[in-house]
Design a protein around this ligand. Structure first.
Ligand SMILES: C[S@@+](CC[C@H](N)C(=O)[O-])C[C@H]1O[C@@H](n2cnc3c(N)ncnc32)[C@H](O)[C@@H]1O
Length: 248
């Protein structure tokens, strides 16, 4: 009698979980063409956790890979709450100009507060990578850390062309993002992603990054000398690749 009751409870529990999954997975999604990308605005109060996971050595390595030096003009695209951007300002010093853009209004408000708390002059603005509010040839260096996998394919292409436009001749663009999935394990992961991509646009946007398409897309936007500088394992296990491209 007792066993029958437990079996019934187990079946009911499974049914609830399966129904909940069905509702979540089949929920109506926004038309991907209407979005500029996956905004992390809802995480504005928790960005500190991501910073802790990424760690300061990773940020310092990013600054070194970008080759940022005193007096440079730097644009951080998809800056979140501005952790890397503020470090860029520290690096370029008083005479260097630093700007950060993100589509998240709360993220930018928090970045502005952090800059003013530290009395740092950083130009934080709400803007998308494909509509940068800066004149042609403004910056020596641009960086995008962990952001290109947030972009729909058309915004990624238009965005890279915009970064190219906003850079000075010989300017550099450093992209830091997930490493391409290679080998047997990588191929298995990609196969799973491709299935998940049918359900979630967030996963669909990241596919080009994990397929290793970024260098090709940067070249299509006009960049020359596109090179992979190396890979870093965040938290000891998430492989992140540094890609540097130069404006002709
Ligand atoms: C994983 S976060 C990385 C934030 C920051 N670069 C860092 O390293 O802490 C990616 C950021 O890209 C932003 N983003 C997404 N689509 C964007 C777009 N079209 N233009 C600018 N930023 C965008 C998101 O709002 C988010 O803050």
């Amino acid at each position: 009698m007792k066993r029958k009751r437990w079996t019934a409870l187990l079946v009911a529990g499974l049914a609830i979980v399966v129904s909940a999954l069905a509702v979540v997975l089949r929920r109506p999604r926004e038309a991907p063409t209407e979005t500029k990308g996956v905004s992390l605005d809802f995480m504005a109060d928790y960005f500190g956790l991501m910073d802790r996971f990424l760690g300061i050595p990773f940020r310092q390595l990013t600054l070194r890979m970008a080759g940022i030096k005193e007096g440079d003009g730097v644009l951080d695209v998809g800056c979140g709450t501005g952790t890397l951007t503020l470090m860029e300002k520290d690096k370029v010093g008083y005479f260097g100009k630093v700007a950060g853009v993100d589509i998240g209004t709360r993220l930018i408000a928090k970045a502005q507060r952090r800059a003013s708390d530290r009395h740092l002059d950083v130009d934080f603005r709400v803007a998308s990578i494909d509509e940068l509010p800066f004149p042609d040839g403004t910056f020596d260096v641009a960086t995008s850390s962990g952001m290109t996998h947030h972009l729909p394919p058309d915004v990624k292409r238009a965005g890279f062309a915009e970064v190219y436009r906003a850079l000075k001749p010989d300017g550099r663009y450093l992209i830091v993002d997930f490493s391409p999935s290679t080998g047997l394990w990588g191929k298995a992961k990609l196969a799973v992603y491709r299935q998940l991509a049918k359900l979630f646009e967030e996963v669909r946007y990241s596919i080009e990054v994990t397929e290793g398409k970024l260098p090709e897309l940067l070249q299509q936007a006009g960049f020359a000398d596109v090179e992979k500088l190396g890979t870093y394992r965040v938290g000891g296990f998430v492989p992140i690749t540094f890609i540097l491209a130069r404006k002709k």
